[in-house]
Design a protein around this ligand. Sequence first.
Ligand code: HCA
Ligand code: CU
Length: 378
Amino acid sequence: MKNLKILDSTLREGEQYPGVRFTSQDKIHLLRLLEEFSVDLVEVGHPGISPEDEQICKEVAGKAHKAEILMHARAVSSEIQAVSRAKAHWVGIWASINPVSLASKFRGRTRHEVKDQVASAVEEAKRLGLQVRFTIEDASRTSWEDLCYLGKAAVDAGADRISLADTTGIWEPVTCANVVKKAIKELHPDIEIHLHNDLGLALANALTAIDAGATVVDTSILGIGERTGIVDLLQLAVLLHEKRDCRKFPLEQIPGLSQSVQWITGFRPEPLKPVTGKNAFTHTSRYHVQAVGKDSRSYEPYPPVRVGRSRTVLPQRARLGVPVFPYNLKIGKPFEKGASELKYHRNGPGTRWVLMDNRVDPRSTLYVIQRFFNDNPP
Ligand code: HCA
Ligand code: CU
């Protein structure tokens, strides 16, 4: 924990959020915010993808003041050279040798061939003066034997750090911690982790990995990334402050980071999201509102001002008999009278699925909504 470093990958993994393409100005802006937030390393992109990406990565790297800059590359000479030309401190090379990956990503090549390819890529990067992080992609679905086989080849070729990726977000905290401990002992003292959130456990896995001795954790602002994303930098910073006495992050800057990413990407965190969600500090029950008025600690784990936010008090209105339309619903045809099972109907592209069930209680809000659409077909 004392030597823990945060590597933020908003500018690389975050760009895999659907529709996101950062300009170099966007990246430079976010880099500045990340540096002010005390992030140690910033992964700025994948320069080997195109000359334009190389140009953007180079421009962004040139603007770094404090953070070390890392760029992504496959274990391919042309991509390593692109990272070197773009003036990164670190190259992040990745590969995987579990059977699924060999078949789908390496066109059926053997684990030996991939291992040799990784070793020569790492050697080339070292010759070019780069520091090397080697990621075992899909580490969470790779046997320990294969992890060591590939990881040791990278270490022997000169890798400075090994990263373990839970590429499909399937680890549980205990498993993740055990693999990290073993890797520190048998593979390399410097272990990084890259955790996806498919089962909602990325943050919990990060915490146990840190406790197990991982030295670097990958994050992105608001957790944006491929599919369900990765560890949210802002949640992790608050978690470490609250639970591990970490005072490194200026938490009051969180709204600025969150809003910048929302504006640039169009991504909106769900209202229930911890720390940045709209409802994170909203009190509704009259009982809660009264208690919070007397002592805010009664229903708050920490004061909202700590993370640059304020409290919202929204006593619930009486609800009885008031139809509530949380969505702009549209349906194609009246719901089928006499249907005894749940049915879903859809009215062409772009409209929402509407649940219609003739078993709903006539006193319920859902019934009111169903009746409304039944009586007012679009
Ligand atoms: C990817 C996969 C990756 C790589 C992580 C890394 C993963 O998008 O290329 O290179 O450290 O989740 O495994 O993000
Ligand atoms: Cu990833």
